[in-house]
Design a protein around this ligand. Sequence first.
Ligand code: KVW
Length: 828
Amino acid sequence: MSKNTIQLRSLNDAPRVGQTSDDLVNGMQRHFLRTLGLSKACISDHYKYQALALTIRDRLMENWKDTKEAVQETDGKRTYYLSLEFLMGRALGNAILNLGLDEQATQALHDLGIDIEEMIEAEADAGLGNGGLGRLAACFIDSCATLQLPVTGYGIRYEYGMFRQSIVDGFQQESPDHWLREGNIWEMERPEYIQAIHFGGYSESYHDDNGILRSRWVGTHDVLAVPYDTPIPGYKNGTVNTLRLWKSAATDEFDLGEFNAGDYAGSVAQKNNAEHISMVLYPNDSSENGKELRLRQQYFLASASIKDVLRQWVEVHGEDFSEFAAKNCFQLNDTHPTVSVAELMRILMDDYRLTWDESWAITSKTMAYTNHTLLPEALERWSVRLFSHLLPRILDIIYEINARFLKELAKKYPGDVARQRRMSIIEEGDEQQVRMAYLAIVGSFSINGVAQLHSDLLVEGLFADFYDLWPAKFNNKTNGVTQRRWMAWCNPSLTQLINKNIGDSWITQLDELRRLAPLAEQASFRKQWAACKRENKETLAAIVQEECGVTFSPDAMFDIQVKRIHEYKRQLLNVLHVIHLYDRIKRSDADNWTNRCVLIGGKAAPGYYMAKKIIKLVNSVAEVVNNDPDVGDKLKIVFFPNYRVSAMEKIAPAADLSEQISTAGKEASGTGNMKFMMNGALTIGTLDGANIEIREEVGDENFFLFGLTAEEVEQTRGNYNPNAIIEADEDFKRVMNLLQSAHFNQFELGLFDDVINAIRCENDPWLTAADFRSFIDAQQEAATAYQDKTQWLKMSIYNTAFSGKFSTDRTMQDYNRDIWGLTPVKLK
Ligand code: KVW
């Protein structure tokens, strides 16, 4: 027995925390009294939330311990999901749901006279991600816990998550998201697992005790990585997995030398510098910004996590790594943590004295890489110069990986120098760059895209040379979302209706929803389905009223586009349609009209000029449309501020129409599209990303398709004439005239010139004008379809019924079957 083991005899034998509503009431009272030290008189909402969260957390702790022990005892293969982002949102409701305590918690709070909704709202979102990629990581670890897969998430504990967005005079204004201000009940600091992370210095060679020439990294400035663990509960299965997030800290509180020499400021500055690493999430989605601090973050995560995994390995197996690759897998969430490839090589060689070949055999069988985008602006490249001063030893290793790789290429393709240049991990040029995607491909045994089209395009285009070399490494894993959060939790009325009719097995077997399809023929079922949707629309309408001061009538079609603001996602095309509808109303061309409430939401990267213009345009159009008495209830449009996970929990259940209108070939997958589908929205969309698979599942007749295909998009380049398209289309001409006549910016002339020019530009990469007509026509089809209530309800039911494929339970089973090969860890 090690000195850190104690007998927990009396506790282990004690009965577990109770699960009745009375037990919860008692638990809360105990926390009020003993944890929070409160008397009855001063229990604010914040304390009520804390007592509830602590009481729920109590119900996780022993399961968490049991899961850790079971995983250790099994000593089977494990996966580590390395991600710079985990967009978790709120934890309380999810924990209540997964513990199966929803009814008891509702009853307990009722008994205490506390409003459960207020408790839920009291928790800050953990917004440690930008968008789809970060939320995907969160859904993945939820599903892994539910499937009892031994998967640990590794990320960074950003002090400030995604910025808060407010709208001032129609413009986005950013403010810091200090999400930890009121504490975080769900995290546990684990100082015993602190790691030191190296930066700077230089690498040198030396002869070890046996006279063998080795390398080492010396003269480094070290930063501490302090782990904070968050429990990730599976759904009613006793499993609680771990999300381990690293916070950076200075190695010493102060540099005593500097301090004694009188440089107080200098000694504190060093502390500051160390703490900067985990200070803030970079708010760029799908575009790299090349800042040194970002590379520091990437290496900080990679090094801390790999050291942590090796620490655990050595504790059990000593320095015998022969089984390491068979028992460990690192899944790299995009190229962001890819420096892990070189870091694992470094530690195996420099610290554990394995040879290059031994280390490479391990590393290249342990790493797996997920690519999330084809957009060139998102492909990470780091300058060799930056690498050489920040991570000199890592750069040595990358050079060596590349040298050996190029030799292999020369053997396979003799004399093909152009190919070697194309495929080199080091890009030559004025400034040498490390191509991170290539490092990831060379260092990994599996490379996957995130939807079928995306994976096909990867091997046909961006990675074609690598596919030619290693076809077996490439595979597709279509994304998903967790139905626990994105239906069972966020849509209780629909959940109840579904459970009443087909039972609740869909909560862990989403395919079961198929059994809803025949019910679409029953008038009484449709009526109840409609009632759920209406209730959810009323809830959202109240929020829109509060946030935007605009009245949404639940009778109207709720037409929704929420996602990061990006030109390729074409929020602009959505606005053009709204202007077209407005123009029709003004021209009294509104026979058989379908009333519509259009909601657009999403954050623009702070440095993304066009994205910010588009937000302003939405707000300017809204100002005119919403205040025009001719328009009335026919059309409303709002820009929903501060779109985030907890907002989507109210938005998805209320949507009638989901806008997934990216330029074909540009949206790798999309995951918002899946949340809307599950909640019974119909999609208007292009043949892009997972939309294609959504349409395949639900059937062409239940999907509003428009636009060029990815192939047509490519063919259009070089012979695109948007001005001719506009000229030939009376509706389009009028829309552009309204924009150009400053109808929406009377007092700010020229405000939207750049937007207008982008639409009219022959090099517009997003081909907005090319898809205008077919978009307008598809929107008209949707409007007409909405008037046939019976048919619309059937289509809505079919969308939910055929959404089974888009559960991350399926996605994780695919990863596990093809990449990880883990055995579920059952609990006693
Ligand atoms: C840098 C991304 C944050 C920082 C992507 S592609 C690149 C990034 C880059 C994020 N995010 C999105 O990943 C989602 C999950 O796979 C996809 O659904 C989405 O299509 C893609 O744009």
